[in-house]
Design a protein around this ligand. Structure first.
Ligand code: CP
Length: 324
C-alpha cells in the first residue's frame, strides 16, 4: 500500500450518511489491507508521521478510545488523549473553547465522544481539522457500525461475484438488532450502514424501547425474539443503557431478560446458528448470558480487534493525503 493516498471521503466522519455505499466499501476494503499490519511483528506504517490526532472524550469509553489510540499510533501519528475529567472543563470551559485550544496546539484530527447528540456536528463547524464522531448521545457511532459490518462481512460474504469483489457488500444477509434501540447510537448507525450495504435489518425490542418515527426507517420490526431469531444470520445484542433511562421502560430486568435476552435456549430456536455481536460493554446475564457471550459463535472480541483496523482505515483515508 502506498504511503500517500488521495482522500476520497469528506473532511469529517460525523454520520454514516457522510458515506456513499462505495465509500463505505472502500473503508472496509482498506481495513482488510491494514489488518495485515496488525498481524505483522512490527505493527507500524509511516503514513501519518507528523500528524496529530486528539482523542477528546467527554464520556467514558474503553474500546473506542483505546482502539483509536492504537490505530493512530500504528499509522505513526502523534496522539493526545484528552479526558474531560481532570481538565479545565471542570472549571466551565466550553466544548468550543476546548476545541480551539486543541487546534492551537496543532490537532489535525479530533475524535470526539460526547453525551450530546449533534456535538460532533457542532465541533466540525468550529475546527479546521477533521472531526470523527466516536459517539454523540443517542445519535450515531459510525466507526462502530463500520467495524460491525467489517466483522459480518468477514464471516458472511454471500454474493462475492455479483457484488463485484470478494464480499463487497452484505446483500442477502439478515441481521436482527435486539434490545434498547431507543438509546442506541450503535443501532442508528448500523441501520443506516447495513441497509446501505444491502442487508435486511430487523429491530427486535419492546415498543417502549423503539424511537418515535422508527416506522420510517429501512427495517422490519418484531416484538417476538423467538420468532425473529429463526430468520437471522446475525444477532446484534445491544446493551440496556440504564444510565440514560429516566423512567421505567420495562416491568423488571428479569422480564426483559426472559423476552429479549439471548441465552443458549433461545439461540437453539434459530434455524441456523447466528453469529453473535455486541458492541460492548456487556451486561452479562441481562441482555446476553455469559454462556452466549463466550460461545464459539460469539464475535464480541473479534469486533474489538477489527475496531483497530477500521479506525486505521478511517484515519488513513481522512488524513492520508499530503494536502489533507
Ligand atoms: N462499543 C463502544 O463504544 O464501547 P466503549 O464505550 O467502551 O468505547
Amino acid at each position: 500500500m502506498s504511503d500517500v493516498v488521495t482522500p476520497v471521503l469528506k473532511r469529517h466522519l460525523l454520520s454514516i450518511d457522510d458515506l456513499t455505499r462505495e465509500q463505505a466499501i472502500l473503508i472496509l476494503d482498506t481495513a482488510d489491507e491494514l489488518a495485515r499490519i496488525s498481524d505483522a511483528p512490527i505493527k507500524k506504517l509511516p503514513t501519518l508521521r507528523g500528524r496529530t490526532v486528539v482523542n477528546l472524550f467527554y464520556e467514558d469509553s474503553t474500546r473506542t478510545r483505546i482502539s483509536f489510540e492504537a490505530a493512530a499510533k500504528r499509522l505513526s501519528a502523534d496522539v493526545i488523549n484528552f479526558s474531560a475529567k481532570g481538565s479545565s472543563v471542570s472549571k466551565g470551559e466550553s466544548l468550543k473553547d476546548t476545541a480551539l485550544t486543541l487546534q492551537a496546539m496543532g490537532a489535525d484530527a479530533v475524535i470526539l465522544r460526547h453525551s450530546a447528540s449533534g456535538a460532533a456536528h457542532r465541533l466540525a463547524e468550529w475546527t479546521k481539522g477533521s472531526v470523527i464522531n466516536a459517539g454523540d448521545g443517542t445519535h450515531e457511532h459510525p466507526t462502530q457500525a463500520l467495524l460491525d459490518a467489517f466483522t459480518i462481512r468477514k464471516h458472511l460474504n454471500k454474493n462475492p461475484e455479483q457484488n463485484g469483489g470478494v464480499g463487497a457488500d452484505l446483500t442477502g444477509v439478515n441481521v436482527a438488532i435486539v434490545g434498547d434501540i431507543l438509546h442506541s447510537r450503535v443501532a442508528r448507525s448500523n441501520v443506516l450502514l447495513l441497509s446501505r450495504l444491502g442487508a435486511k435489518v430487523t429491530l427486535v425490542a419492546p415498543p417502549t424501547l423503539l424511537p418515535v418515527g422508527v416506522s420510517d426507517w429501512p427495517v422490519s420490526i418484531s416484538y417476538d425474539f423467538n420468532n425473529a431469531i429463526g430468520e437471522c444470520d446475525v444477532v446484534m445484542m445491544l446493551r440496556l443503557q440504564l444510565e440514560r433511562m429516566k423512567s421505567a421502560f420495562f416491568p423488571s430486568a428479569r422480564e426483559y431478560s426472559r423476552l429479549f435476552g439471548l441465552d443458549m435456549e433461545r439461540l437453539a430456536k434459530g434455524k441456523k446458528s447466528p453469529l453473535i455481536l455486541h458492541p460492548g460493554p456487556i451486561n452479562r446475564g441481562l441482555e446476553i448470558s455469559a454462556e452466549c457471550a463466550d460461545s464459539a459463535d460469539s464475535l464480541i472480541l473479534e469486533q474489538v480487534t477489527n475496531g483497530v483496523s477500521i479506525r486505521m482505515a478511517v484515519l488513513y483515508l481522512l488524513l492520508g493525503g499530503a494536502d489533507a
